[in-house]
Design a protein around this ligand. Structure first.
Ligand code: TYM
Length: 331
């Protein structure tokens, strides 16, 4: 049966990284086949950090180019920008009025980010961020939400808010499920393989970027932190660096981790890293080339996004109307 799929990504860096790709975007591409998929560049969420207008605009368009380049087809999926569909703000407010302050205060992403930034630079929007994310999902009556492990708590909150709304005001929202893979759901920083690969990490030395040159990424892989010993073996506790590289190779090449361990038995870290660099380059090179090509025609990208927003709005406005009616608002 055709399922409704919804996911989103923030346009907060000059390039998506391999964690985004393996944790989420690869599944976005797979799930657009035979399903009704909605993929959103969540620019309003990106306003919760520092805002640099020229950079933000560029990053929104670069996000769209990368998504199309890595296989999101605007014909098969509905690809759009969150701020083009005002219903996200409308339902976002409703979600804020359904959520408790205490439960919002338990969101670990908020705690981590606000602890890093300090009270003065932490925006109220960062606190209410998960309620807007809940609205993103519920507007489209999504069955599945393909995301990485770090989004699990936000999906749980979304389910709680939808369940609460439905039981208080009548069946309105489908209760969505996270679509989180076992392997690849958390890709780690190459330099600090116990931290997730992240655009907000202090240095980019451990972050493999889709739009980086294959040479730059190969260099990062070759200087990735490795562990004591010489064996190529998956052991997240004792060998987090090698385990991370094994996960990356396996997710991209489709080879099982145990087969890779056999193939590299008796070989050194240098050989293994060279093989990982090659797999990464083979995958990312065509994506990078296509994305750069698409960025040459901004007008076309904007047209594609507007067409996506029109399709998204048709679904989103029906959900807002239903929720308003059930709340007792006069339509
Ligand atoms: P964002 O923009 O930080 O990341 C986009 C997606 O990439 C995944 N991801 C990772 N997966 C594996 N390993 C990593 N190191 C890694 N880093 C990031 C994330 O889990 C995510 O799936 N709050 C969301 C954006 C959002 C959203 C939504 C997602 C807004 N509304 C509605 C789904 C549905 C976020 O900040 O993702």
């Amino acid at each position: 049966m055709t399922k409704r799929i919804l996911s989103g990504i923030q346009p907060t860096s000059d390039s998506f990284h391999l964690g985004n790709y393996l944790g989420a975007l690869k599944q976005w591409v797979e799930l657009q086949e035979g399903n009704d998929a909605f993929y959103c560049i969540v620019d309003l969420h990106a306003l919760t950090g520092e805002i640099e207008p020229a950079l933000l605009r560029k990053r929104i368009l670069t996000s769209a180019a990368q998504l199309i380049a890595l296989g999101i087809s605007p014909e098969k999926s509905t690809l759009f920008v969150q701020s083009h569909v005002a219903e996200h703000n409308q339902l976002g407010w409703i979600m804020e009025c359904i959520a408790g302050f205490g439960e919002a205060n338990r969101m670990t992403q908020f705690k981590d980010k606000s602890a890093k930034g300090g009270a003065d630079s932490t925006r109220v929007g960062l606190f209410t961020y998960p309620m807007l994310q809940a609205a993103d999902i519920l507007l489209y009556q999504a069955h599945y939400v393909p995301v990485g492990e770090d989004q699990r708590q936000h999906i749980e909150l979304t389910r709680d808010l939808a369940t609460r709304f439905n039981s208080r005001f009548g069946e309105t929202f489908r209760i969505p499920e996270g679509y989180i893979l076992k392997s690849g759901a958390k890709i780690y920083d190459l330099q600090e393989p116990t931290n997730k690969m992240s655009k907000s990490s202090g240095s980019t030395a451990g972050v493999l970027e889709i739009l980086d040159t294959p040479e730059a990424n190969a260099k990062k892989i070759k200087s990735a932190t490795t562990d004591a010993g010489r064996e190529i073996k998956f052991d997240e506790k004792e060998k987090p660096g090698i385990s991370n590289l094994l996960s990356i190779h396996s997710a991209l090449s489709g080879q099982k981790i145990s087969d890779l361990e056999d193939d590299f038995a008796g070989k050194g870290y240098g050989d293994f890293k060279a093989a990982v660099a090659e797999v990464v380059a083979d995958h990312l090179r065509p994506i990078r080339d296509r994305a750069l090509e698409l960025l040459d025609d901004e007008q076309h990208l904007v047209q594609v996004l507007h067409a996506g927003a029109d399709k998204a709005r048709a679904v989103a406005s029906a959900t807002v109307a239903e929720s308003y009616k059930n709340l007792g608002l006069v339509l």
